[in-house]
Write a protein that binds this ligand. Structure first.
Ligand SMILES: Nc1ncnc2c1ncn2[C@@H]1O[C@H](COP(=O)(O)OP(=O)(O)O)[C@@H](O)[C@H]1O
Ligand SMILES: [Mg+2]
Length: 394
């Protein structure tokens, strides 16, 4: 896909489309090979909402091809909305880490990482993608170009999962089984509580101290530091739990990073994979919705979280017996709080610490500050619900 010249892509409907391909062939590929691009999703305008996705997609693709034709042949000089990249593909998307070029015909995706992701950061991503490709739960890794910070993967023509309300039937039937499948396939082990928590804590504190010295908002820095200390002290005080069950986890398992097939689903955007506590992705999937949707009642969330954990704890017992203990509702509280700690650690490792620019760091700190406050709010609802839930699930 990489070529020794620049290829021009015009911006139409948030996609950059190649000016070098035949418009009709491109139209055909856009109709039949762009399931993950959400071109079938109903338009926001109320009078268009009732039109079936199939027709919306045909309308969008026709419109796109027509505009591309005009841009290529009529308005060539007037359009400034384009990018030039050294890849010969059909479509380019701008992503959080750089850009992706899709060759829809050969079913290949090239991810070109930006300069923030150079050196060790890029090597780390490459290592992670190699690691996850062993378990057949994500798109297949084709090759890695270390020199040019580029990774080639298989393009999956599958629909993106829908945004789901936590604990809904859709979540239970389509999303949760993917998490359970991942958990079965990923390697697991146990670790001593103290070692794990102190490691997480010291990583966060080291990161946050460096920002305090660099003059970032005192209020945010202090808040995150106190929250971390409080959390880890609380976790360490739980004398009944001595070991933590760890597993490989995705780390950013929200609906936009899940592509669904008829039977199950595959993960994309796996840069954040890492060994974390075994329920990390489970809690992440549920809490992610709170980060994005302020209408969910925390009280209802707290109630349903217990029921959902109980269900998966029962299903996890067979596999967990080999790890030597049973999951209890009591452990729900422990693993949930541990998830908060891991979430803060993840925010620094995969987001805030990556940036050298002070404004970008500040933006990251403020963004996660909002999430941490929300975690605290939700947790106060969970903690205040009826106690006496510490029996073993059986
Ligand atoms: N291997 C793939 N197969 C099909 N579509 C993909 C693949 N990787 C990414 N995409 C599409 O590109 C979009 C952005 O990619 P992603 O890696 O999730 O970047 P971001 O950092 O923006 O979340 C995805 O939501 C999906 O639509
Ligand atoms: Mg993504």
């Amino acid at each position: 896909m990489r070529v020794n010249r620049m290829v021009k892509y015009y911006d139409i409907y948030d996609l950059f489309v190649s000016t070098e391909k035949n418009c009709l062939i491109l139209g055909w590929l856009l109709l039949f090979r762009t399931r993950p691009f959400n071109l079938h999703v109903p338009a926001r305008r109320s009078y268009l909402r009732k039109i079936p996705g199939k027709f919306i997609k045909i309308f969008r693709v026709t419109n796109l091809v027509f505009r591309l034709f005009l841009l290529k042949n009529v308005y060539r000089k007037t359009n400034n909305n384009f990018i030039n990249v050294p890849f010969d593909g059909h479509v380019v998307l701008e992503t959080s880490e750089g850009y992706k070029v899709f060759d829809l015909k050969r079913r290949l995706v090239a991810t070109q990482y930006n300069k923030e992701h150079q050196g060790e950061i890029f090597d780390g991503i490459a290592k992670k993608l190699k690691e996850i490709s062993k378990y057949d739960v994500s798109s297949t890794l084709k090759s890695i170009d270390y020199q040019r910070r580029c990774i080639y993967e298989e393009y999956l023509n599958l629909y993106k999962a829908n945004n789901f309300y936590p604990f809904s039937t859709y979540f239970n039937e389509r999303i949760l089984p993917i998490w359970e499948r991942n958990k079965e396939r990923f390697p697991k082990r146990k670790i001593d509580v103290k070692t794990y928590i102190l490691n997480q804590e010291s990583f966060i504190l080291k990161s946050i101290n460096q920002y305090k010295e660099k003059g970032h908002s005192q209020e945010i820095v202090d808040y995150i530091r106190n929250y971390t200390k409080e959390l880890s002290a609380g976790l360490l005080a739980k004398k009944s739990i001595n070991t933590i069950n760890l597993s490989l986890t995705h780390g950013d398992m929200h609906y936009k990073n899940i592509l669904l097939s008829k039977k199950d689903g595959l993960m994309i955007d796996c840069n954040t994979i890492k060994e974390r506590s075994i329920f990390h992705d489970f809690f992440y999937m549920l809490f992610y919705n709170l980060f994005k949707d302020s209408t969910i009642s925390y009280h209802e969330f707290a109630d349903k979280l217990d029921a959902c954990f109980a269900k998966i704890a029962i299903r996890s017992q067979g596999e967990n017996s080999e790890l030597g203990n049973q999951f209890t509702i009591h452990e729900n509280d422990f693993y949930r709080r541990l998830f908060y700690l891991e979430y803060v650690s993840l925010a620094f490792e995969f987001n805030i610490n990556i940036y050298n620019d002070k404004d970008q760091v500040q933006e990251g700190l403020s963004y996660y500050y909002g999430h941490i406050k929300l975690l605290k709010d939700v947790e106060s609802n969970i903690s205040s619900r009826s106690l006496g839930n510490s029996e073993i699930v059986s």
